[in-house]
Every structure is written in structure tokens, then in C-alpha cells.
Design a protein around this ligand. Sequence first.
Ligand code: HPA
Length: 275
Amino acid sequence: MENLKAKIQETSAFIKERTRLNPRIGIILGTGLGALVDDIEIERVIPYQEIPNFPVSTVESHQGNLVLGNLSGKAVVAMQGRFHYYEGYTMQQITFPVRVMKALGIEVLIISNAAGGMNRNMKKGDLMIITDHINLLGDNPLRGPNDPELGPRFPDMSQAYDKELRELALNIAIEKGFYVHQGVYVALPGPNLETPAEYRFLITIGADAVGMSTVPEVIVARHAGIRVFGISCITDLAIDGVVEPVNFEEIVEAANQAEPKLTTIIKELVARIQL
Ligand code: HPA
């Protein structure tokens, strides 16, 4: 535990030495959704492999960069590419960057992902504001001794996804004329996609979209008292009777296509967030 705090301290000090910005909003960009970075007035880009204690991203579509800059007039720190459980990292490794962003001063975390849509109203390329999640990863980043300086032993999850931020985003979508879903995201370890029986199970337990990320970072963000906004890009449909073979390239392509809508919502949300 002391070790974790020392690492957070070392890594955040390393980053602070390389930027004058004091970001109060963190952004994690999911598979195929990294283009938002083009809208950031970049002050500093630090490749993950240069950052002490950071794991190195292994998924080819993911650029592994920490980007510091201004978006919609606010200082942000963005992760272009994230770490997944299926890559073999521990939950603590996956969520370490969230601890570091907290140490840099973030109060809000905006998190995006690519997900399979299971709700019958969904179409490929749709967006879903995450209202809640179900953790089926079979693991938890908070397992083990708890450091009360980092957060409580039993963090509350009654409103993991901040209601005010969700309402702001919903209003933005309505103003821009984008249809967005709202629903529950379920995380599985992957890396295989789900069988039709698994999709039926996931629908039955109340999930609307399924993916392999986000939940660990959100758990740690809530532990650290960070407000969270999560949004999924529906890259494939897993609706009973409509389950089609999918491959990773198609997921990335669908995410790329939906990306402009996602970028618009995030940019406007950052503009309107009151800190
Ligand atoms: N299942 C799990 N993860 C995913 C999916 C899916 O259908 N689509 C994108 N990520």
C-alpha cells in the first residue's frame, strides 16, 4: 500500500514536471475513439512508455499517450488508449492512471468505450450514456488492504455515474439532434466476444451494452471521490436473433464512424461542467 502511494507520488511528480497545466478533468478514450485528441490544444504529449510505473498498451488500435492540454477552454488530461484486463494486467495496473490523474487534481472523469448493444432499440454506431454498470469481471481493483487516504474501504456505488453530468450530456445530445440511449453497461473479462447464450443471460440481468473495460476505472474513480461520466459507442449488435459474427476491425470501424458525435458531446460537456 505504501508502495502504491509512493508510485502515485513518483508518477504524478514526473508529469507535473512536464506541464504547467493543472487539469481538473480527466478523459479516457476507448477503442477507436481517440480522435477527440485532435480537438485538444495540446500542451504536452507523453507516451506511456516514458511514464514511470505506467503499464504499456498492447492493443494495436490503441495509441498509448497521455495528452495534456486545453479542451473547450478547460485544462484536461486525456488518456489516448487504455489498459484492458484481457491484456493480462492486474486490476491495480489498469486503474493506476486514474490514481495518478486524481493526484494531478482531476475532479471529473469522462470515460468512453466501444460496446456491444443488446437493447432492441439499438443500432450500430449509436451512443449510450451509461447510467449504471454491472461488474462481471470476477475481480476488483480495490481488493486487498485499503488505504483510507486514497478512499473508503467500502465505497458507495449508489450513483456511480453522476446524475448531473448525465443530464448535461443528454441536453447536449437533444440540442445537437443526436439520439442517445441511456442504459446499463456490463463488463466481462473477454477477450472473446459473447456466445448467444451469454448475451441472453446479460440481457436478463438488466444490461443494455457489454464491453471489456471501464468498470475498473470507474470503481477506482468513485473510491477516490471523482465524479464520473461514461459513454458507450455501440459498435456491434448482440440482440437475440440478430447476433452476427463480429471481428475487431469492424468494432474499430464502427467506433470511428460514431466518433464525431461522441467528440461533440464530450467537447460540449467539458465546456459546461461546473467545477
Ligand atoms: N462484446 C464485448 N465487448 C465488446 C463488444 C461486444 O459485443 N463490442 C465491443 N466491445
